[in-house]
Design a binder for this molecule. Structure first.
Ligand code: HEM
Length: 228
């Protein structure tokens, strides 16, 4: 039996990330996917993919602003779940909706240029997914960080794809746009330094809760190397 050594935050992230998929399966089997199930699946998977992409981008700022280090551990899984939902979204479009009919797909791309933005964003997400392993990190060295900065480009391209796919701009699209701007601003070194200096005192308590660690005491079995 494989042993999972997840902390509270990791369990929360994994369970929370599988829920949209399970809800979609449940709705599919109980005929609850509206009168146009393919469109419903395309929209749900697309929305989940972009929301989870923003979640993964928010991990570093969470650490910078609030000193919540455990969020660094869930950045990769959140990114992988985003890629998972994006793959479902793309498969739904190409296979379920267009039956892999290349002529029809090409016609749609010409009519709806936002599809091309989706394809570009998806290609970047795939590159980032395949190079997200420790092995790739060691192999690419400094170049790995440069490559993984492309995630911001992907987020901007996919946000455009989102806006252009909508008939009416909705609250979710505006919220994601605002959050993305904030996340990009926090990357600016001066703003970053400002927040690092002002990390709140409660961050340690929250970190202990999220990782399931007990507070540091002299006799703590967790912190005492003799018990490790
Ligand atoms: C090959 C790549 C892609 C294709 C062909 C594609 C195709 C589409 C299509 C046709 C729609 C309109 C659905 C409808 O309203 O009927 C759509 C919407 C959307 N797509 Fe994509 N997409 C791609 C990649 C992505 C990726 C990678 C993401 C996010 C990570 C994404 C997120 C979205 C979102 C958020 C919507 C709007 C959903 C809504 O109406 O609420 N797409 N996409």
């Amino acid at each position: 039996m494989p042993k999972f050594k997840f902390n509270r935050l990791q369990w929360f992230v994994h369970i929370g990330s599988i829920i949209p998929f399970l809800v979609m399966l449940w709705d599919a089997f109980s005929n609850n996917l509206t009168v146009n199930p393919i469109q419903e699946i395309t929209q749900r998977t697309g929305r989940t993919a972009i929301i989870w992409l923003v979640f993964s981008l928010a991990c570093t700022p969470f650490n910078v602003i609030f000193g919540l280090r455990p969020f660094n551990q869930v950045r990769r899984p959140l990114g992988l779940y985003s890629a998972f939902y994006a793959t479902l979204h793309v498969i739904t479009f190409f296979v379920l909706d267009y039956g892999l009919n290349l002529k029809l797909i090409w016609q749609t791309i010409i009519e709806k240029p936002y599809i091309l933005l989706g394809v570009t964003g998806f290609v970047i997400l795939c590159i980032l997914t395949f190079t997200s392993t420790k092995k790739s990190m060691q192999k690419l060295g400094k170049k790995w960080h440069q490559l993984h900065r492309l995630v911001y480009l992907a987020a901007i391209i996919l946000l455009l794809h989102f806006f252009m796919a909508l008939k009416f701009i909705n609250a979710l699209a505006i919220t994601i746009a605002i959050i993305l701007v904030i996340l990009l601003l926090i990357r600016i070194p001066i703003i970053r330094k400002f927040f690092i200096k002002r990390q709140p005192a409660w961050s340690r308590t929250v970190n202990n809760y999220l990782t399931g660690r007990k507070k540091k005491t002299i006799n703590s079995k967790i912190d005492n190397p003799a018990f490790k």
